[in-house]
Ligand binder design. Structure first.
Ligand SMILES: Cc1cc2nc3c(=O)[nH]c(=O)nc-3n(C[C@H](O)[C@H](O)[C@H](O)COP(=O)(O)O)c2cc1C
Length: 191
């Protein structure tokens, strides 16, 4: 197959059928301007020709790093399939309309959590977070919960996508797709 996005769809479908949980979980690596890396798991919430989408608090550590260095690496590791996929590329912020649409589709509890959580900031006690959550519940009672202005989505536009397959004797297979002005170029890497 010469279309990495079609191949990704195929692998994700297989992961959905075989992973015990969260087949959409991916490690998201970001870095500060001076190159200090950080990594955490987020959920893939959309993907296609123009990229891989996730949602988060834009004032979080990852959000701050993306603001100063808008590039990221993603990693899917599907243990049940002994496969990994690596994606690298520049990152853009989704439009307010796209973020609104996704936020509106979340459960009310998740929506209130987005307001209550000062993601990545120090929290004195768990009780304080629960209290903030209850305050938000009261504040928005009887109406829709709007999207917090600091909550939104990012899209990683792939420049490279690598598909890694386990093979016996560590003779693993690595297929690297690189985006060029003429389309995707495909090659192999030593394992
Ligand atoms: C399975 C799983 C899925 C997660 N999905 C998300 C997500 O979609 N968005 C998000 O902001 N955090 C998600 N998290 C929490 C992040 O890993 C992380 O703790 C949080 O975003 C703060 O990261 P930061 O301080 O580096 O910005 C998830 C964690 C796990 C284990």
């Amino acid at each position: 197959m010469t279309d990495p996005l079609a191949l990704f769809d195929e692998w994700l479908a297989e992961a959905r059928a075989s992973e015990p949980n969260d087949p959409e979980a991916m490690a998201l690596a970001t870095a500060t301007k001076d190159g200090r890396p950080s990594v955490r798991i987020v959920l893939l919430k959309g993907h296609g020709r123009d990229g891989f989408v996730f949602y988060t608090n834009q004032l979080s550590r990852k959000g701050a790093e993306l603001a100063e260095n808008p590039r990221a690496a993603l990693l899917f590791h599907w243990k049940s399939l002994r496969r990994q996929v690596r994606v690298e590329g520049p990152v853009g912020i989704l439009s307010a309309a796209e973020a609104d649409a996704y936020f509106a589709s979340r459960s009310r509890d998740s929506q209130l959590g987005a307001w209550a959580s000062d993601q990545s900031r120090p929290l004195e006690t768990r009780a304080l977070f629960e209290q903030r959550y209850e305050e938000m519940r009261g504040k928005f009672e009887g109406g829709d919960v709007p999207r917090p202005p600091h909550w939104g989505g990012y899209r990683v536009t792939p420049e490279t996508i690598e598909f890694w397959t386990d093979r016996p004797h560590r003779l693993h297979e690595r297929r690297l797709f690189t985006h060029t002005p003429d389309g995707w170029r495909q090659g192999l890497l030593y394992p």
